[in-house]
Design a binder for this molecule. Structure first.
Ligand SMILES: NC(=O)c1ccc[n+]([C@@H]2O[C@H](COP(=O)([O-])OP(=O)(O)OC[C@H]3O[C@@H](n4cnc5c(N)ncnc54)[C@H](OP(=O)(O)O)[C@@H]3O)[C@@H](O)[C@H]2O)c1
Length: 326
């Protein structure tokens, strides 16, 4: 089968090869998927470039342990391994894998997959898992967003942000999206009642205050976020600034933890966890028309390096998709 293969760390154009590899075999509790589409996330970038270096403890010290990258997937079950109880060949599914999705076939744990939303094609479905789950868990669980809350999404135009605005709206919140000038109309179109253009205005200096700030950028000091949080408010850092080559966003996330010790508003960091129940919850929101993936552009599998390079620039609009033709 054809796949994108990475044998060393570096920039996508230098280290990703489109080549033939052996088709993987599903083990216990796993299925073989015919991949129809994947998408690109910042989580694909770190194991690609091998930075921040601290993450090489997980990804492989000198070269990547996992040679076929790609996490998000939408596809058809081709075959099932032993002990698979729920899925059958022919099922159309979507989900998040530890890797291996930039290929014609991928192996997936049955528990990582849920039925594809009926009203989405494969490319649209592949845009959902990692970013959609982050938005859902970030808003509902970490943020505790409730009807009537004033919610601010910092980084509202990106992969996670475009889902976060819509998920917060579906929970009944009043949403403010922070983005740049070119994305103001997009962020309004997905339901933000208010938008702040970060190139012209600083939301931490305005009059408005918020019950929940969902931060996908890490652009401000903790004291600035605290200034615009209401009493009882929650700040959720889903990231930090990209940070240095060694520790990456960790010093920023450490500052969030330190700030949480001061009392007052809740300041927390958050890491999303793949979960098939939450995938199914997202599928319901999508089928009900409350959430839709925003896709900037689709690349073919041989152009995966270009898709990743675009994502790596940090100004993606919604999701970037990779489509796979067998
Ligand atoms: N904790 C977790 O479990 C988890 C899960 C997923 C992602 N993340 C993290 O969350 C972050 C966002 O992920 P993503 O997939 O949404 O990334 P993305 O698709 O690359 O989006 C980044 C967005 O940030 C916007 N942006 C850049 N600078 C900004 C600023 N100063 N103020 C407001 N917006 C700004 C960009 O818009 P412009 O073009 O307008 O600048 C772009 O649309 C990443 O750091 C990622 O690592 C964390």
């Amino acid at each position: 089968m054809k796949a994108i293969v990475q044998r060393r760390y570096g920039n996508p154009g230098d280290v990703l090869e489109f080549r033939d590899v052996d088709r993987p075999e599903p083990g216990d509790g796993e299925v073989l998927l015919r991949v129809h589409a994947s998408s690109v996330n910042p989580a694909d970038w770190f194991p690609l470039v091998g930075r921040p270096s601290v993450l090489r403890l997980m990804f492989g010290l000198t070269r990547p342990k996992r040679q076929v990258p790609g996490k998000d997937v939408a596809g058809t079950v081709e075959a099932v391994g032993p002990k698979v109880t729920r899925l059958r060949p022919g099922d159309e599914v979507f989900g998040e894998l530890p890797g291996g999705a930039y290929a014609e076939y991928a192996v997936a744990a049955e528990d990582a997959l849920a039925p594809k939303p009926a009203n989405l094609g494969f490319p649209e479905a592949a845009a959902v898992p990692l970013a959609g789950i982050t938005a859902l868990q970030g808003m509902r669980d970490a943020g505790g967003v409730q009807a009537g809350h004033r919610v601010l999404v910092n980084g509202a135009s990106g992969g996670v942000g475009t889902f976060a605005v819509q998920v917060a709206r579906s929970l009944g919140a009043h949403v403010t999206g922070v983005c740049s000038t070119r994305n103001l109309d997009l962020v309004r179109s997905i339901g933000a009642e208010e938008v702040v253009d970060y190139t012209r205005e600083d939301f931490t200096r305005g009059e408005q205050s918020y019950d929940v700030i969902f931060d996908l950028v890490g652009s401000h000091a903790m004291s600035a976020y605290r200034r615009v949080l209401r009493p009882g408010g929650v700040y959720v850092a889903s990231t930090g600034r990209p940070g240095g080559d060694i520790l990456g966003p960790m010093p920023y996330l450490f500052r969030v933890v330190l700030s949480s010790l001061r009392g007052g508003p809740t300041m927390k960091t958050f890491v999303a966890k793949p979960n098939p129940d939450d995938l199914a919850a997202l599928a319901q929101l999508i089928e009900a028309g409350e959430v839709r993936p925003v896709i900037e552009r689709a690349y073919g599998l041989p152009e995966t390096a270009e898709a990743l390079a675009h994502q790596g620039e940090g100004h993606a609009q919604g999701k970037t998709v990779v489509t796979v033709e067998s």
